[in-house]
Design a protein around this ligand. Sequence first.
Ligand code: SF4
Ligand code: FES
Length: 210
Amino acid sequence: MAKQKKMSEIIVQIDGKEVKATEGMTILEAAQSADIFIPTLCHHEKLEPYGACRICTVEVEVQGWTGLVAACLYPVEQDLVVRTRSEKVDRIRKMILELLLTHAPCSPQLQDLAQEYGADKDRFEKESTFCILCGLCVRYCAEVKKKNAVGFVGCGARREIRFIPEIAATECVNCKECFPLCPTSYLQAAFVLTEALAFSTDSSQTVLNK
Ligand code: SF4
Ligand code: FES
């Protein structure tokens, strides 16, 4: 029988507090275990880390090296010192929010964060795509539901989510578990549009249960 590897304990310092973590944990997980808040937009505990939004950026110091890392990706290591709020961290989060707000200026979640970090939603010209490409819907449907009913299409500035009508018609109507995950509410609108365009072409479709 294979021997189970014992996870070694790692002590890190987060915002001046000593936090016990285990090997393999990310900074975000260690912070959450100690009730230290780090904002996230593309993270979900049931999904593989993705590192898309960078709002979880924190400042770290280890063995004389100082840098900025994504807390949801960066693994803890012995003697790591983490600052979840600093002038640099706040400045980066403010800039990230100003950029994200160009896509989704009405997102309540982004607006709350903008207030916290003093981000100006009118700093950059609006490019309202309504989606911030966090990938939560796409990854949740693939990794948790195993349905792949929603995916990304296009690339660069034209990248967007799209429901696959054939799958959505059978899988999404009674699921919709991804809706509350969307930080901008765009997902719901996109689904309603797909529904209107695709489902209405099939007159034999059962009346949808909204
Ligand atoms: S629709 Fe919402 S959940 Fe899906 S990628 Fe865009 S912002 Fe994220
Ligand atoms: S929450 Fe870490 S990159 Fe999005």
